[in-house]
Design a protein around this ligand. Structure first.
Ligand code: GUN
Length: 292
């Protein structure tokens, strides 16, 4: 078994991003700028957004955080998004999900200018992705592609089984792995909570993308020897054993699956770190007007 090391791959790519950001600053007189909007104080969202901001600073981007209390109205939030859309010195805008129940995430997603939608959630970006046109690819699937590329994993002709059909990961990942691109060119099966005979299907996979959000969901008896395992799960459990007060678990039973795998991502230290890289690359591409 070999580790798909998110720390190693992400640091390598971030060095390149930092160099490009420095070139951009020299030629344009400003830094690439990402704004994140955070509503409420969900523990997971706080951690993710803080990490996104910190990584922006690390690679020489400007980052701004706009915070709202859970009581913010949908109208107020949409107005803020429109204001940021109109600011020529902002390259990327993300609204951290989930949002409180009284705010429609579809409205929020569609209000963000697709040319600043560095999360790649806007229907224009998703539609362009379907057609293999230049677009912002959702950050986590993008990070996974970058990881496969960094380790020169040949995916062509392989059977990729995606477990989970979320808008953020599973659905776009299934499209990307089937595209005529590299990485890509897979035969893809997208499975979900209503899939029958899930174990038998996952057993056929050369590549498993586990994005179902359940601790240790993929067990060793579901994995073909030599399979490549991409674990997207970030399941938090409170723990007295760690400094942060919680411990992270993937969607894959790492301990028992790893010995059967050819390649596997750890949690933490795998896909999560690559997600940030996907976001940074989208923000840089936006600043450099490489897509729109
Ligand atoms: N919540 C969980 N993942 C994501 C993400 O990639 N982007 C945003 N905006 N919210 C999320």
């Amino acid at each position: 078994m070999q580790l798909l090391d998110g720390k190693f791959a992400s640091e390598h790519i971030k060095t390149q991003i930092a160099e490009e950001a420095a070139d951009f600053l020299e030629s344009s007189g400003r830094k690439p700028h990402l704004i994140a909007i955070l509503v409420g104080n969900d523990g997971g969202s706080e951690t993710y957004v803080a990490s996104k901001m910190k990584n922006c600073e690390k690679v020489g981007f400007k980052s701004s955080l706009v915070r709202y209390d859970t009581s913010v109205t949908e109208a107020e939030l949409l107005e803020k998004i429109r204001e940021i859309n109109a600011d020529a010195e902002v390259d990327g805008l993300i609204v951290q999900l989930p949002l409180p129940k009284h705010i429609d995430p579809e409205k929020v997603t569609e209000t963000i200018d697709h040319r600043k939608d560095v999360d790649g959630f806007h229907p224009v970006n998703l539609g362009r992705m379907m057609r293999n046109l230049p677009c912002f690819i959702p950050a986590t699937p993008y990070g996974i592609l970058l990881m496969l590329e960094a380790y020169q994993i040949d995916t062509a002709g392989k059977h990729c089984v995606v477990v989970g059909r979320s808008n953020i990961v599973g659905s776009p990942m299934s499209i990307l792995m089937a595209r005529n691109a590299n990485p890509g060119n897979c035969t893809v099966t997208l499975t979900h909570s209503r899939t029958k005979d899930l174990k038998e299907i996952v057993l056929q996979a050369d590549i498993i993308v586990a994005a179902i959000g359940k601790k240790n969901f993929v067990t060793a008896d579901m994995v073909k020897p030599g399979a490549i395992i991409i674990d997207v799960g970030i399941n938090r459990e409170t723990s007295t054993l760690t400094k942060s007060g919680y411990k992270l678990y993937g969607d894959v039973d790492f301990e028992n699956v790893a010995p059967k795998a050819s390649w596997i991502t750890p949690v933490p230290g795998g896909v999560g770190l690559m997600t940030i890289v996907g976001l940074l690359k989208n923000t840089l591409a936006s600043a450099k007007k490489e897509i729109y």
